[in-house]
Write a protein that binds this ligand. Structure first.
Ligand SMILES: Nc1ncnc2c1ncn2[C@@H]1O[C@H](COP(=O)(O)OP(=O)(O)OP(=O)(O)O)[C@@H](O)[C@H]1O
Length: 709
């Protein structure tokens, strides 16, 4: 028998005190118990989980206990001997269909969570709650959404929205509607702005979840149809417009958003939508000029090529195969998608959003020009090192170039912001943590975002736990706050952080990625979150909260530089098309040399700062999207893949934080039910559940529990 260390903390919540605005959840006595099991007993016959190289965790039965060595017969038939510290107890009573709220699991550990998600997924139950949120406010909960890769329309129809309206969180199955509903009601009842942070890797389902949240918020905050387009219609229709210009087929997702976005929905005091704003982050610009097989460029290019003939004639377009920016890849069509229909739908959505037909024409003219620009070939010029466009056609096309996502400005001005709005619900759809074989500047920025959001999450959860324990007079002094400030300092401290050093390198003409890497090695040689991989001359590794990532610096300098060549700027500013000239307003004359330098890294850092400021004034809710397989197919749940995403999404870290406190909560009555067999005499009928719990705990002689009544 291995040592038993168990903590029991029995908390009592006085009825009414915690559920101010909640009527339906009947916590009756409002009592619950927090139980922390740091290690558990292992005896012959115990059911356990052991690590497995193929499927991450496999279950089995303990055959022999030999000190620290445990012999386990796995369900696969093989026998393994493992260290006791690597063995986790399996709950023999866990329902085979899983539980929708994982805080109800008897053991809140990695294999238990994985098993629960898998059993649910096998039954098309794609949502589950992880991490014990805070019942007082319903914030801090994490909804896990596993991509079904199949249509489940019954989950999202108007009947479903009606069901979630007004239902208490936890009363119905976990769902994005439940999260949106909780956020909406908290906003109305408490007058506090809310945010819903949706993250996950590419193809995990962030955009789909975001759309569901927006759909629900529009349903709750919509007004009766007026003669004009309503704000919520505009907000919803901004999605297809953004997708047309900012989404593309990649190997990981046929409709991948190549930018992050924060949609801020503003409400009036009566809870009706009164305005909205979209903020976007880090559009992948390089895709416009460079696409690799079998990916596609942004959808809008193919749509325009498939437009009705009067439009294609006007824009002098035709077969996408004729354009260099599209024919670098052999993929032109998408399964089940008709680009000509998408073109019409995008035009309709632009109408709804309030983009006039002249503006639409200007936008599509720019899109067409980009395709033509890509076909310009250059010939050697007369002067040394110079080149000239090969022919007249090329000169014509050179006058029109633009940056696509400026469309966002148009959407924002058209939807309109409500400057009087006191509260808002923000929905953040942002790329999750990324770690590939090669990681460049984009991954660096994405991972910085995730570090910042993780810190925000940690602080929030920790603060809430602290408040909860203080209220219950539970001693929490031993709970350590996990902080990742050191990684953030490493990346963004000014002066001296990686971004600052990168900016410095970009300003210095003789810098190369190698000199930049050398500078990093020198500066951070003793930093515990930084290392130089052996055998590499220019890579560096950061130890992120979600794991180590090695970055290749080759393109860091080029990708960080952000300027438009002065001559190009002048040319575009002079455009007779006001849409084009508006994209490149003239620069202020007096700007000094240093302020002229603008870097993507620093600008992104500022954007993040402002995002975090907004988020800090809100109560956060979390949705972690999980992609169960890389084949984008239904019914395949790859354990290792999922586990890695749970780690990267901070789910495991969140659970670790919870485990630092009291991870498992059970009502008193359940506790007595489950453990009274240890001392059946406590159920003598003379005492209530609280007293029975106390007697039980005393009887079994456990140390280290707290009872607060
Ligand atoms: N709830 C869902 N029901 C049915 N299918 C879904 C659901 N969520 C996602 N999918 C499928 O998965 C695809 C990818 O989802 P989505 O575009 O939302 O991913 P993403 O996380 O936003 O990816 P990226 O970061 O690449 O933009 C969708 O096009 C859809 O086919």
């Amino acid at each position: 028998m291995v040592s038993i260390v168990m903590w029991f903390a029995v908390l009592v919540k006085n009825s009414g005190q915690c559920f101010k605005n909640q009527a339906a959840i009947d916590w009756n006595l409002s009592l619950y118990i927090l139980v922390q099991a740091t290690t558990t007993s292992l005896a012959v016959g115990s059911l356990v989980w052991v690590e497995d190289s193929d499927i991450a965790w496999i279950d089995g039965e303990v055959m022999q206990v030999n000190g620290e060595d445990i012999k386990v017969l796995c369900t696969s038939g093989k026998t393994v001997v493992v260290k006791a510290s690597n063995v986790y107890p399996k709950d023999a009573e866990a329902p085979s269909c899983g539980v929708d709220d994982m805080t109800k699991l008897a053991y809140l550990h990695e294999p238990g969570i994985l098993q629960n998600l898998k059993s649910r997924y096998d039954m098309n139950e794609i949502y589950a709650i992880a991490s014990n949120g805070f019942f007082q406010t319903y914030t801090g909960n994490i909804l896990i959404a596993v991509n079904p890769f199949r249509k489940l329309p019954h989950l999202y129809d108007s009947h479903m929205m009606a069901q979630y309206k007004g239902a208490d969180f936890g009363e119905l199955s976990p769902h994005p509607f439940a999260v949106a509903d909780a956020a909406y009601r908290l906003m109305i009842n408490e007058g506090i702005s809310q945010s819903i942070l949706v993250s996950g890797e590419s193809g995990a389902g962030k955009t789909e979840s975001t759309k569901l949240l927006m759909q629900y918020l529009a349903y709750m905050g919509g007004r009766a149809a007026a003669e004009e387009r309503t704000v919520e219609q505009k907000v919803l229709e901004s999605n297809p417009v953004l997708e047309a210009f900012g989404n593309a087929k990649t190997v990981r997702n046929n409709n991948s958003s190549r930018f992050g976005k924060f949609v801020e929905i503003q409400f009036d005091p009566r809870g009706r939508i009164s305005g909205a704003a979209v903020r976007t982050y880090l559009l992948e610009r390089s895709r416009v000029c460079q696409v690799s097989d079998p990916e596609r460029n942004y959808h809008c290019f193919y749509m325009l090529c498939a437009a009705p003939s009067e439009d294609t004639k006007r824009y002098k377009l035709g077969n996408p195969r004729a354009f260099h920016y599209l024919n670098q890849s052999n993929c032109y069509e998408l399964d089940g998608i008709d680009d000509s229909k998408e073109y019409a739908a995008t035009r309709r959505a632009m109408d709804v959003v309030g983009i006039s037909s002249e503006e639409q024409d200007a936008i599509f003219r720019v899109v067409a020009s980009i395709l033509h620009l890509g076909n310009i070939e250059f010939a050697k010029g007369k002067e040394v090192d110079s080149s000239v466009p090969k022919d007249e056609k090329s000169w014509f096309h050179l006058r029109t170039a633009a940056e696509l996502l400026m469309i966002v400005d148009k959407i924002n001005s058209s939807i309109g912001q409500d400057s009087d709005s006191k509260f808002l619900i923000g929905v953040l759809d942002i790329y999750g943590f990324e770690s590939f074989k090669t990681n460049s500047f984009e991954q660096f920025c994405i991972n910085l975002t995730n570090e910042k959001l993780q810190q925000h999450f940690n602080q929030h959860v920790f603060k809430m736990e602290q408040e909860e324990y203080t209220k219950e007079e539970i001693n929490w002094s031993y709970i350590e706050f996990v902080d990742n400030q050191d990684v953030l300092d490493l990346i963004e401290k000014k002066p001296g952080g990686i971004i600052a050093l990168l900016d410095e390198a970009c300003m210095f003409p003789r810098s190369t990625h190698e000199t930049f890497a050398q500078k990093l090695y020198q500066t951070f040689k003793n930093h515990k979150r930084f290392s130089k991989p052996k055998l590499s001359r220019s890579d560096f590794t950061i130890c992120h909260y979600a794991g180590d990532v090695t970055y290749q610096t080759e393109l860091f300098l080029d990708k960080n530089k952000d300027y438009v060549v002065a001559e190009h700027q002048a040319l575009l500013t002079a455009s007779k098309c006001s849409f084009v000239s508006g994209l490149f307003p003239p620069l202020a004359q007096e700007s000094s040399k240093s302020s002229k330098f603008s870097s993507i890294g620093s600008r992104f850092k500022q954007q993040l700062l402002s995002l975090l400021e907004t988020l800090s004034s809100t109560e956060p809710h979390y949705i972690r999207c999980v992609k169960p397989n890389n084949l984008l197919k239904p019914s395949i749940f790859e354990n290792k893949n999922v586990l890695q995403q749970l780690q990267c999404g901070g789910v495991m870290e969140a659970i670790r934080i919870s485990c630092a406190g009291y991870p498992t909560k059970k009502p008193f009555v359940e506790f007595v039910d489950r453990f009274s067999l240890l001392a059946p005499e406590v159920l003598d009928g003379s005492s209530d559940e609280v007293a029975a719990c106390k007697k039980l705990l005393k009887k079994v002689g456990l140390q280290g529990y707290q009872v607060n009544v």
